[in-house]
Write a protein that binds this ligand. Structure first.
Ligand code: ZN
Length: 331
């Protein structure tokens, strides 16, 4: 009797546990918490356009994105690094703001980090002959051409999504050097010591677990931009100080450059209600696909290019994939 009771009691105790492991309905969601990080803020206005600043656009898009995710994916918790025009955490400077962003993300235990930014390209400098003058005296007198310098707007436009360059296998040449590209370079920023044990741990964790997922989400975001008719400049990897926050967060993370504030049409688009709504819709759709793929496949089996939707009509250039294949061919 006692024995039978014991068996019954044990069964009652363990059955629910057993079923909770096997019930697919109770499976842990791939993404439960998302951090939205509107770039810049406060005294750090970011890039400037003719009539707006990057910080303002990032905040507007970031807040709209969060609201839309909460509306369309009710189970997901959204956290923001800032919701007003401040450097996150009310920090005094950009570097402390970046550190706060990473700390905030890590303490929150989030599953994804999405940073919203706006690109800028420097004006193009032209130098044309503009008359002449004589210099020197007597026999040394000679004619010297004078030049006039003027600047025209840079035609660069479109979107690009960055991931931190994991660089665990010596693919240093794959990375985009800040001086080669437009955008987020800022020599006043100080990156943390990458040999610091905490940073080292994050770097390894990112390379092992989160890099591939970050690339996948980045590709999906660019794919949606292309579907909406935007020009995609591709998925890119970088690891300069401006984006170290991406790998300092212990989770997949992307930095979306939503357009060029230095391009007059795009500045208008980025500031318009319809433009912001479209960008938010694109990122939300990408997120939905990312979550769909993440929940379909067991962890560690991801292959970003395999999981991409058929992109016959919407070709997204992925520098990472292209270059990695190239480096494989070269050995
Ligand atoms: Zn920025």
């Amino acid at each position: 009797m006692t024995k039978r009771f014991l068996v019954l009691a044990l069964t009652c105790c363990f059955l629910p546990t057993f079923f909770s492991f096997t019930d697919p309905g109770k499976k842990k969601k791939a993404v439960q918490t998302i951090i939205i990080d509107p770039g810049h803020g406060g005294s750090d206005g970011g890039a400037k356009g003719i009539f707006s600043t990057e910080a303002k656009i990032c905040l507007e898009i970031g807040l709209k994105l969060g609201k839309n995710i909460e509306k369309e994916m009710p189970g997901i918790k959204v956290l923001y690094t800032r919701t007003t025009d401040i450097i996150p955490g009310y920090k005094a400077n950009k570097s402390d703001g970046l550190r706060y962003r990473a700390d905030f993300a890590n303490k929150s235990g989030a599953d994804l980090f999405i940073s919203i930014h706006v690109n800028a390209a420097p004006k193009i400098r032209h130098r044309v002959p503009n008359g002449y003058k004589y210099v020197g005296k007597g026999k040394k007198k000679r004619k010297v051409t004078l030049y006039r310098t003027y600047y025209t707007p840079n035609p660069a436009h479109g979107t690009e999504t960055f991931v931190w360059a994991a660089d665990e296998s010596g693919h240093k040449t794959n990375m985009i050097k800040p001086e080669d590209e437009f955008g987020e370079t800022d020599s006043t920023l100080v990156a943390p010591d990458m040999n610091d044990p905490v940073m080292k741990a994050f770097r390894l964790l990112y390379a092992k677990k989160f890099f591939q997922n970050s690339v996948q989400l980045a590709e999906l975001v660019e794919h949606e931009f292309v579907k909406a008719g935007r020009l995609s400049r591709g998925v890119k990897q970088r690891n300069d100080v401006g984006i170290w926050v991406l790998h300092a967060t212990g989770m997949p993370s992307v930095l979306v450059e939503t357009g060029f504030i230095s391009h007059s049409d795009e500045e208008k688009y980025l500031n318009s209600e319809s433009g912001q709504v479209e960008i938010v819709r694109n990122i939300t759709d990408a997120l939905r696909n990312y979550i769909g793929y993440s929940e379909k496949e067991p962890a560690g089996t991801k292959n970003s290019s395999k999981n991409l939707p058929d992109s016959k009509d919407a070709k997204v250039k992925s520098e990472f994939i292209d270059r990695k294949q190239k480096s494989k061919i070269n050995g």
